[in-house]
Design a binder for this molecule. Structure first.
Ligand SMILES: [Zn+2]
Length: 309
C-alpha cells in the first residue's frame, strides 16, 4: 500500500514538461486498479436499486469484463402520457478512457452522481420522467487502462476502430468496439430509444470536438452545425473561454479516421462529441461537468426535434 502511495506521489511530482506538449498524451491522473472500479460499480445497484443497473457486455482480450451502467427511472416513475406521445424515448451514451492512458477521474464518478443526485435534480428529472436513460461505460478500454497504454492489449487504437461509411472506412476489428456497438444497438432497440448525445471523454487538449474527424469530410448540414455550435457554447460557458470547440482537424490540426463521434453521428444523427479534458487537473472540475450535463440534457430535450433519423 505504501509503495502504491509512493508511486502516486512520484507520478504527481513529475514536471509538466516531461510530456510532449501538443501531442495527445497521458492525462496525468492515475485511477484505481480496474478490478477495484468494477467492484465499486457492482455496489451501486445495491445503494440505488431503483435507478441504476450494471451489466457486463463482453470481455476484453486480456480477460477483463466490459461494464456498462444504465441510469433510468423505474417504470412507475415514468410519465406514460409523455412517453406515449413520442415514438421513441431518449438515450445518452457517456464513455471514458477509450485511450487507456487518458483517464480523467471524472468518468467513473458520473454514474453514482446521476443515480443519487441526477435522478432528483430539477434540470434532469424531466428527462428521466419522459423515459430517458443514460448509459455509461466509464472505462471503455480496461486492458489499456490497467497498463496505462493508449491502445488495447492488441496494440489497436480503439478511437480509430469505428466504421465510417462516409469515409469508406471499415473498423470494428476489436472486441471492445464490437461489443459496445452491439450493446448499444440492442439497448436502443429493446427500449425503443434514440441516441440524443454521445460524449467520449479523452485528454488533454481542453476542448470539445464534433464531426467530422477525417480529412476532406463534407460540411455538416446547416441545422446540425448550428446545433453543434450551440452545444459547444454551453460547454464553453462551463469550462471558460479557453475551452475550444470545433472539428478535430480545426482544433487539433490533424485528422482522424474511425473515431467514435463520427460513428455515432453517422448512425444515429446524435450530438456526438469527443471531450478533451485538461492535463492533471480535470478531476478538480467535477462540479463543472455536472453543470454541463444539466445544461446539455435540458437543451437537448428542447431541441430534440431538430435531430433526424
Ligand atoms: Zn484520446
Amino acid at each position: 500500500m505504501s509503495f502504491l502511495k509512493l508511486l502516486i506521489a512520484v507520478s504527481f511530482s513529475l514536471p509538466a514538461f516531461s510530456r510532449t506538449l501538443g501531442a495527445e498524451s497521458d492525462s496525468g491522473t492515475k485511477g484505481p486498479a480496474y478490478s477495484e472500479l468494477v467492484k465499486y460499480f457492482a455496489t451501486l445497484p445495491q445503494k440505488y436499486p431503483e435507478f441504476i443497473q450494471v451489466s457486463q457486455y463482453g470481455k476484453t482480450p486480456g480477460g477483463r469484463p466490459l461494464v456498462v451502467l444504465k441510469v433510468s427511472y423505474p417504470k412507475r416513475f415514468v410519465n406514460p402520457r409523455v412517453v406515449s406521445s413520442r415514438a421513441q424515448t431518449l438515450a445518452i451514451l457517456i464513455t471514458g478512457t477509450t485511450h487507456g492512458d487518458e483517464y480523467l477521474g471524472i468518468e467513473d464518478r458520473l454514474p453514482e452522481w446521476f443515480a443519487k443526485e441526477g435522478v432528483k435534480d430539477p434540470a434532469i428529472a424531466p428527462y428521466f420522467q419522459a423515459g430517458g436513460a443514460i448509459y455509461l461505460i466509464p472505462i471503455f478500454n480496461p486492458d489499456g487502462y490497467d497498463t496505462r497504454r493508449r491502445e488495447n492489449s492488441r496494440g489497436k487504437d480503439l478511437n480509430r476502430d469505428f466504421s465510417i461509411r462516409q469515409a469508406k472506412f471499415e473498423g470494428f476489428t476489436e472486441v471492445e468496439t464490437q461489443a459496445a456497438r452491439d450493446m448499444l444497438i440492442n439497448q436502443l432497440q429493446v427500449n425503443q430509444q434514440r441516441l440524443l448525445i454521445s460524449m467520449d471523454y479523452h485528454c488533454c487538449i481542453g476542448a470539445a470536438l464534433y464531426p467530422w474527424s477525417f480529412a476532406k469530410a463534407p460540411e455538416l448540414p446547416g441545422d446540425y452545425l448550428a446545433l453543434y455550435k450551440a452545444y459547444g457554447k454551453i460547454m464553453q460557458n462551463n469550462f471558460g473561454a479557453d475551452f475550444r470547440v470545433g472539428k478535430t482537424p480545426d482544433v487539433l490540426g490533424y485528422s482522424a479516421i474511425g473515431t467514435s463521434k463520427d460513428y455515432y453521428y453517422e448512425n444515429y444523427g446524435s450530438m456526438s462529441f469527443t471531450f478533451e479534458g485538461e492535463y492533471g487537473i480535470e478531476k478538480n472540475k467535477f462540479a463543472q461537468h455536472i453543470q454541463m450535463w444539466k445544461n446539455l440534457i435540458q437543451y437537448g430535450q428542447l431541441t430534440r426535434g431538430i435531430l433526424r433519423r
